[in-house]
Structures are given as structure tokens and as C-alpha cells.
Design a protein around this ligand. Structure first.
Ligand SMILES: C[S@@+](CC[C@H](N)C(=O)[O-])C[C@H]1O[C@@H](n2cnc3c(N)ncnc32)[C@H](O)[C@@H]1O
Length: 197
């Protein structure tokens, strides 16, 4: 995390946003829609939605959040961050995200409110070309990977934030465990993005 201005914390750095947008744009040639699990205030969601408009793409963006903040950490999330990332942190309302899209004059994405662990099959698109997983914690990333893995189209990309971020070791652990079970998948790391093809 880094301070963007005095009003709130930017979750994804400018370099990471650029990488994400490039990969999202490349994924448009493949089957399926785009998803972001852990949208918070919608900063990255807005960038993705703008890109879809710019590219005149018919694809849909689906975004997900508890809109109740983070769930409880597990021991795998204990780190140099100490008391940070407590349950309820990063709270934002769904209405706030909807308002931001309206103010930006962008089409509303499909927005699903709820903890990832409680999402139903029908809450996700059948096919996914681009998945951005940004739930910070071990269980959240593990669940997100489980939810998207069977829906990824050939050529599609999964990107997990906070890989190798010492403050959020649960994210790295969840990715490494998943990769061990999916040996045909290829990992590239850029900044704190784990990019899986
Ligand atoms: C780091 S923020 C996401 C930042 C956002 N991707 C961006 O680019 O601005 C993490 C978000 O994930 C959500 N989250 C984490 N674990 C979750 C879970 N298990 N179910 C639902 N939402 C979760 C939190 O509520 C929080 O809003």
C-alpha cells in the first residue's frame, strides 16, 4: 500500500495498474469476461471499466467484495504488519462504489456483495479471460483461486496481488500452494503481482 493523496490509501501502485491494464487488454481476444475479487473502493475496477469502453469491448466486468471489510486473519497472515489488517478494515459500502461509477460516467459492472466463501456458482461468469484476485488474506486468495480456476478460458490470465509482500504472507502462501497442485501453470512475478497463465 502507498499513500496516493491525503484522503485515502491507494491499494495498487501506478506501475501495477499499468501492468494490470496491459494484461487485461491482451486478454480481450480470449473467451469470457473480466472479474476482480476484492474491489474495495473500485479504483482498479474503474480503470478496467474505462479500458473496456476505450476498446469498445462487449465484455462485462464483474466485481466482488464483502462490503463489510476484511474477514478474520488466520495464523498464515501473521506478519511484520502486526496488528494491521484486522477484520472489518477496508470497509466500503457498495453504494459508494456504484456512485463512483456513475460520477465517472461508466457503465456499471456486475457487483456481487458477500464474502467469497459464500458465493454461489451463478455469482460468477461461466467463462473468464482476466481474473484479478486482491483479497489480501490466505483464505480469501485460496477461495478466489478455487472459484475462478475452472472458469478460465484458454489463454486467460489470473493475477494475484501482494505476492511476496512481507505484510501479507497469506497471499503468497495461497498462490504457492495452488501452483504446487497445478504444475502445468506458469508463474511470472512483476512488482507484487503473481501472473499465472
Ligand atoms: C486490498 S482491498 C482491494 C483493492 C482493490 N482491488 C483496488 O485495486 O483498489 C481488499 C478487499 O478485499 C475484500 N475482501 C478480502 N477478503 C474477502 C473475502 N473473503 N470476501 C469478500 N471480500 C473480501 C475486502 O473487503 C477489501 O475491500
Amino acid at each position: 500500500m502507498k499513500l496516493q493523496n491525503n484522503s485515502y490509501l491507494q491499494q495498487v501502485s501506478d506501475q501495477e495498474s499499468e501492468i494490470l491494464l496491459g494484461l487485461a487488454q491482451q486478454s480481450l481476444v480470449f473467451d469470457g469476461n473480466l472479474v476482480e475479487l476484492g474491489c474495495y473502493r473500485g479504483d482498479t475496477s474503474l480503470l478496467l471499466a474505462k479500458m473496456l469502453v476505450r476498446e469498445k469491448s462487449a465484455k462485462k466486468l464483474w466485481i466482488y467484495d464483502s462490503f463489510e471489510g476484511l474477514p478474520e486473519k488466520t495464523t498464515f497472515d501473521n506478519s511484520v504488519a502486526g496488528e494491521a489488517f484486522q477484520a472489518g478494515e477496508l470497509y466500503v459500502s457498495k453504494r459508494e462504489v456504484v456512485e463512483r461509477f456513475k460520477r465517472a460516467g461508466l457503465p456499471l459492472p456486475v457487483i456481487r456483495k458477500g464474502f467469497f466463501e459464500n458465493l454461489a456458482d451463478s455469482d460468477l461468469p461461466e467463462k473468464i479471460c482476466f481474473a484479478f484476485l486482491d483479497g489480501d488474506l490466505y483464505e480469501s486468495i485460496k477461495t478466489s483461486l478455487r472459484l475462478v480456476e475452472s472458469r478460465m478460458s484458454d489463454g486467460g490470465v489470473i493475477i494475484i496481488h501482494d505476492y511476496n509482500n512481507p505484510e501479507l504472507p497469506g497471499s503468497t502462501r495461497a498462490v504457492d500452494e495452488w501452483l504446487l497442485a497445478h504444475k502445468n501453470k506458469r508463474l511470472t512475478v512483476r512488482e507484487t503481482l503473481a501472473i499465472i497463465h
